[in-house]
Design a protein around this ligand. Structure first.
Ligand code: ADP
Ligand code: ZN
Length: 703
């Protein structure tokens, strides 16, 4: 039997386990149950795939994501692993074939949907030599989760029928209370809990609030322009929005499609497949999109609206950068989203809990401290340092004593009898001259115009800060009228002081782009070769009818473009290349790399710089000419050019003073025309072209 480490390298092509993988594998090989909590893209599958290869027998993988099964099985097969799946999408003939292979011991991993498992668990499945059961998306068994699947509750009986087989539950989302529930529901025995860090360092986080629609679309357009040919997802609240945004982007020439639950299944399937296969670069979707997607090269995710809760948000941004390469995420939100969701929550089940989660979401969006810290602490993980890869870290807020500003706003609210909303308040504070204000008689208020010196944008930011600090309440049920809280009254009366932070306008957030861009190009990759390799991968994926990333993911292709392997050994050393893929595709990719190497000569050093290098070594112009096999006049012209460029070339030394004077006289007499030939002739061919060129250079430079 091969060791897990050898299998990792030979089969999957990876050099080292990620944190916890090895421990989980060892525990499983020892026949014990485990509960694996890792973020999306964290490498959960490896935890049961390697034991499956070690065991003499079959591993059953239960997953509710039918659309994903085929890809997962293809990915395993591409690595030479005998895997199959069994769900409602396959024909009776295929079904029989799979059963036969399973009974003949020809399958190492069998993926099943829970429905199928229930129907077959008492028939042929019972006769198999089952060595391990992995339950993916295990949170689906919990009624508390957002994804409850009744069939999952039946898994308990399956567990009972296999008391001596190790079970592994895997999920990316489960808070503490859900964990215990899952363990119970599945009937795990002494399961050890493995929680890996949920920090996805490669994802940058950017949040932008209160951006008007037109500006939002423009910003998104610019964002995508920077990301030519990269895959991304835009999540919208409504179906209508998805279509609108997609239309806007299409009109700007982007490769884009929309996706929502109102489309028929066939069309949805096609949109999804095109995205997975890189035929469509951008998907604008409701959150219905993504569950069945395991695409490793999604480079960015934008939320067009505020998500309902942090679980959903983190899962959605987590679809970016599964390959570990730097990826960008951006969240847009405004109060309208929040109000809308609050109303939804009122009507739905678990209303109080949903509202609570929504509030946490809003707090995150409006936070003025490191976003990743907030996000991870919500999931029970506490970072000791700020992340340096979020918009707040990039533009840390500076605070100041905001008591007087707060008092101005609060007194404005009080004087308008707590009847007006944020826009009216700001207009009054800024002394605007509009009809509404006159009609209401607000120009007579003491607070009219006391906040002239603060921009509209900044006032809005401050007032939202006041709301966040609990001084003001926004009454959504009363046309968003502002009310003063007991704490607010204290501040107004001068009994309390408060701090505010300086607003950061979205335009000032531009800095982070450069940073991220730099990250993305880290480790000199040859982009031309990378593009060629991607094309080759695409061609093969068409021929073999499978998603491109299954052949090699972007990270592996980038490594190829950087390392340029041309022998089998070099090729195998690339992360993500196992034996099977080496045999299947190695030659095609290496041939491309060889071709590329032979065409792309080592980067040409400009000819003047070659001359300069020899000159610096102390060679004379004649020696340089001989060495470089060029005319000595050419060397002189190089030296002249270098001299004008400011390089350390001592031209004066090469033309003696007498000759320089002759050249100057001729040049002047000829009307200072910068032509070599007339001067050459005037000096009766006694001075070489090269010297004349150098002389002129010196004369002109020193004037
Ligand atoms: P999850 O199921 O947790 O969302 P996956 O199992 O799909 O994540 O793994 C995400 C990616 O990480 C896959 O491309 C996988 O091949 C890769 N991966 C897993 N383990 C390792 C490892 N030890 N080294 C390098 N890559 C790994
Ligand atoms: Zn941060």
């Amino acid at each position: 039997m091969h060791s897990p480490q050898t299998l990792l390298k030979n089969v999957f092509g990876y050099d080292a386990f990620r944190p916890l993988q090895q421990e989980i594998i060892e525990r499983t090989l020892a026949g014990k149950d485990s509960f694996v909590l890792m973020p999306t893209g964290g490498g959960k599958s490896m935890c049961f795939q390697i034991p499956a290869l070690c065991f003499q027998g079959i591993t059953i993988v239960v997953s509710p994501l039918i659309s994903l099964m085929k890809d997962q099985v293809q990915a395993l097969q591409a690595n030479g692993i005998k895997a199959d799946f069994f769900n409602s999408t396959i024909s009776p003939e295929e079904e029989n074939a799979v059963i036969n292979r399973a009974m003949n011991g020809e399958i190492k991993l069998l993926y099943l949907s829970p429905e199928k498992l229930i129907t077959v668990s008492d028939t042929w499945l019972k006769t198999l030599n089952i060595k391990l059961v992995a339950i993916d998306e295990a949170h689906c068994v919990s009624m508390w989760g957002h994804d409850f699947r009744p069939e999952y509750t039946q898994l308990k009986y399956f567990r009972k029928s296999l008391p001596n087989v190790p079970f592994m539950a895997l999920t990316a989302t489960a808070d503490k209370s859900a964990r215990a529930d899952i363990e119970n529901q599945l009937g795990l025995q002494n399961a050890k809990l493995f929680i890996s860090s949920f920090d996805r360092k490669n994802l940058s986080i950017d949040v932008r609030g209160q951006v008007p629609k037109k500006q939002k679309l423009e910003e998104i357009g610019r964002f995508i322009d920077r990301k030519k040919n990269e895959s991304g997802i835009i999540y919208c609240l409504s179906r209508k929005n998805t279509e609108e945004v997609a239309k806007f982007l299409k009109a700007h020439g982007h490769s884009v499609a929309f996706y929502h639950a109102g489309m028929d299944a066939e069309l949805r399937e096609r949109v999804q497949t095109d995205f997975i296969n890189d035929d469509t670069k951008i998907i604008v979707a409701t959150i219905a999109f993504g569950m069945g997607i395991d695409k490793s090269n999604v480079r960015w995710v934008i939320h067009y609206n505020l998500p309902k809760n942090l679980e959903g948000y983190y899962q959605e941004i987590g679809r970016a950068g599964r390959d570990g390469l730097p990826s960008e995420t951006r969240l847009y939100y405004n109060m309208r989203d929040f109000v809308l969701y609050s109303q939804f929550a009122d009507d739905g089940a678990n209303s109080a809990m949903q509202k609570d989660k929504l509030n946490r979401m809003l707090q995150f969006a409006e936070a003025k401290s490191c976003r990743r810290k907030i996000l991870l602490s919500y999931f029970g993980e506490h970072l000791t340092q700020d992340c340096g890869n979020c918009d707040v870290c990039d533009n840390p807020p500076k605070d100041f004593d905001g008591t007087i500003l707060a008092q101005k706003a609060l007194s404005g609210i009080a004087r308008m009898q707590e009847k007006e909303g944020i826009t009216m308040l700001i207009n009054v504070l800024r002394g605007s001259n509009n009809a509404e204000i006159h009609e209401a008689g607000y120009t007579q208020l003491k607070t009219y115009g006391v906040g002239k010196d603060v921009s509209f944008y900044n006032w809005r930011d401050y007032i939202i800060q006041l709301a966040n600090q609990g001084l003001i309440e926004i009454m959504y049920s009363e046309g968003s009228a502002l009310k003063i809280s007991p704490l607010g009254w204290k501040v107004l009366k001068g009994e309390r002081h408060i701090k505010l932070t300086f607003p950061v306008a979205p335009e000032e957030k531009k800095d982070r782009k450069q940073k991220v861009l730099k990250l993305a190009t880290e480790g000199e990759i040859n982009t031309d070769l990378f593009t060629e390799l991607k094309k080759l991968r695409y061609t093969i994926s068409r021929e073999e009818n499978m998603p491109a990333y299954i052949i090699f993911n972007d990270k592996t292709l980038k490594a190829m473009a950087t390392e340029m392997p041309v022998t089998e050994n070099e090729f195998l050393a690339i992360s993500g290349v196992g034996m099977n893929k080496m045999q299947q595709y190695g030659e095609d990719f290496m041939e491309m790399i060889r071709k590329f190497k032979s065409v792309a000569k080592p980067k040409k050093v400009p000819t003047t710089l070659e001359t300069f290098a020899l000159y610096q070594e102390g060679l004379s112009p004649h020696e340089i000419a001989a060495k470089r096999n060029i005319q000595v006049t050419t060397v002189y012209s190089h030296l002249s050019q270098l001299y004008t460029e400011g390089k350390a070339v001592d031209l004066e030394k090469m033309v003696d003073a007498a000759t320089l004077n002759k050249i100057r006289d001729a040049f002047n007499e000829l009307g200072r025309d910068i032509k070599l030939k007339p001067i050459y002739e005037k000096l009766e061919e006694t001075v070489s072209y090269g010297e004349i060129r150098m002389g002129l250079t010196i004369i002109l430079k020193n004037e």
